[in-house]
Design a binder for this molecule. Sequence first.
Ligand SMILES: *Cc1c(COP(=O)(O)O)cnc(C)c1O
Length: 399
Amino acid sequence: MRIPLVDLRRQHRSIRRPLLSAIKRVFKSGRFVLGEEVARFEREWAAYCGVPYAVGTSSGASALHLAMLVLNIGPGDEVITVPFTFIATVSEITRVGARPVFVDIDPRSYTLDIAKLREKIERDYYFDERIGHLVNRATQRRLKAILPVHLYGQMADMEPLRELARRYGVRLIEDAAQAHGAEYRMNDGQQTATFKAGSLGDLGCFSFYPSKNLGACGEAGAIVTREEAWARRLRCLVNNGRSPEDPDRHLEEGFNYRLDALQAAILRAKLRYLDRWNERRRELAALYRLALSDVEEIVLPEEMPYARHVYHRYVVRVPDRDRVRRALSEQGIETAAPYSVPLHLQPAYRHLGYRAGDFPVAEACARTVLSLPLYPELREKDIRRIARALRAALRPHSR
Ligand SMILES: *Cc1c(COP(=O)(O)O)cnc(C)c1O
């Protein structure tokens, strides 16, 4: 029996009734674009994330694109992000004519390294009082935003990021496409409070690509914010710039970036299970840890003291990764290597002028990361089988 990396069929079998009734509701309404389902999902998703506003989009990439537009990021601007992420994080920066600037990741959390970010800002930028922005000494471009990625289900360290953003007048955009329901614990001196992914930046961008922790049955995304004016503009931009009050007026040129009603209805049905599913992912991650913690060749994922990890992926690091992958595949176990080529070394970004060696942590991760099967419906005996196969692949001569 093969164990796939992700198995949506089992999930859909387990919630067949609520899914079908959501789909039927949309057919009965005859409303396939925007309408009540989308409006309700937006309210429910905002409430889940703990922010006042959510706007549905056609994908995570379109959410990121809109974030750039709403913050007036364009030619002459820079956005700092990581080279170790899915390409859409970066392609939506260049889409608006801005320049992505990379900072390496932290080797424990695999998210933006705060110390390296500070160093970079202090070395390469000066604060221009007249315009209230950091300016790159070499390029004279303005640093408009920092875009942390909550990789594999764990949030970046948001508190120091918020402090840096406040100090320097830089915006914070969260790429929360892999972190639905992930949390960040913050202590204000007396009390600890937890915040959901998406709620600590100026804007939080989500993808509901089918394999994400909350996935549609097709393409979908959302953007969340506390700022009413941005939410209003986003709602207009996703719908070809149409005024929400008067459909005959286009306030500006926008896009067809609408979330469809069928996907919204499906997401509403699935949202009720998200916490349960995330909890199950955490339990399964704990089982992996138990089964693998004595194998010293493996680096297991680490939950940072501030974080509640929701294990979008269970990613370990192993030596000789490609051989290990082949060995697991021969045992019927599907794995992945996200991301085996960091973005600064991708042909698409050759023109940015980065070289091998520029981001050693991202490059070391790219060589060693191995994503093991993980989804709420995975069985405990599957985990035992995967752990056994992984052990055997790493120590072919011991028994
Ligand atoms: C999935 C993902 C995206 C893009 O989402 P789409 O819905 O596929 O456009 C962006 N960033 C990260 C980190 C992702 O994992």
